[in-house]
Design a protein around this ligand. Sequence first.
Ligand SMILES: C[S@@+](CC[C@H](N)C(=O)[O-])C[C@H]1O[C@@H](n2cnc3c(N)ncnc32)[C@H](O)[C@@H]1O
Ligand code: SF4
Length: 352
Amino acid sequence: MVHYIPWGEDVLNRCISRQREGKLPALDLELTAQCTGACCIYCDSKPTVGKAHCDELTWELLHSLLTQCKEQGLEWVYTCGLGEPLEDGNFWRMVEFLKANNIRLSMFSNGIFIKDLATAKRLKEAGVCIILKMDTFDEDKFDIILGAKDGVKGRAKKIYAARDLLLEAGYARDKKGSDLAFSIVPTSLAIDGIPEVIDFCEKNRIFASIGELEQAGEVMKGNTLLELGLQSGQIDQLKMRANAYASPLCYMRPICPSILTGFHIDHIGQCLVDRITGLNCKWFLLTEPDVKIIGNIRTESVKRLYDKVIAYRSKSFVDNKAVIDGYLNISYVFGGCGGNPKNIVELTRKSL
Ligand SMILES: C[S@@+](CC[C@H](N)C(=O)[O-])C[C@H]1O[C@@H](n2cnc3c(N)ncnc32)[C@H](O)[C@@H]1O
Ligand code: SF4
């Protein structure tokens, strides 16, 4: 199994040691919340979401954020969260800034806006690592996942085209690890096709990132959870295939360095942490986010916000010890956003 470079142990260890030295090695950044290219059945991003937030970050604010982070030692930007990064009007300016300042970017993307080889090459040349949405190669089923219920078909085809363009542009050829991963959400619609996606990953030096379904937002509405949930036999079978892929290890999604180093800024400039732990990812428990707003980059400096995050996290791990101890019993089958809670808590305790 090839590892995804931004989630490699070397990057994680370096981020932890840089944080101990008082640096800010990682920024967990939400770009626009808007996603017009798809309407996934399990996702809370809808074409209208970003439009409701006209106060999303301007280039001036984003530039100021990145410049301040750079002064604090920024090495990696991780964009996850809602929305499609390639739909953010500041995306390419941000990529140029990061490239010029030797800062790497890892982004989740649906790939729908990677429409030609020039775009794929531009991403590759800027050193952008990509986790491409790829639940299944069954086009009809993937179209349903991507929201065909709204009457729009053909989205899966665009994602498969992006996959091919990225490979043609030179992605997944690095000997040390891979700059390309596939994000696979195991659901009843995708399950039969996942072994084929893993086979493709194995053949093409792509990391297969299997991330469990979050039981939040859209998933909890109507019968979605019932429709998408898996039978235990299906989970066991997929776990066996995933273990064979990860052999000699057991498959578990790696810890994303941005969950415990650096800090999280959302699409309107708020600095957020998980309320109980003070960790940066609000989705790591795969349930409805419960956040504490630490401040906003519009009114406070990066340095001040980061100091507040570190202080909040350290205090939370003491004050909420009993609840956090309970997380040590949470071990997912494949891992969720940011990794496996048990491993995240253990590592954070060591690194605080
Ligand atoms: C929210 S999307 C944002 C980035 C981009 N639009 C994309 O689709 O990759 C980030 C990742 O979260 C995953 N995702 C969305 N809703 C989810 C859910 N309810 N449970 C688990 N993963 C989910 C997507 O499959 C995607 O890989
Ligand atoms: S998972 Fe990504 S592509 Fe799908 S609706 Fe959400 S933001 Fe859009």
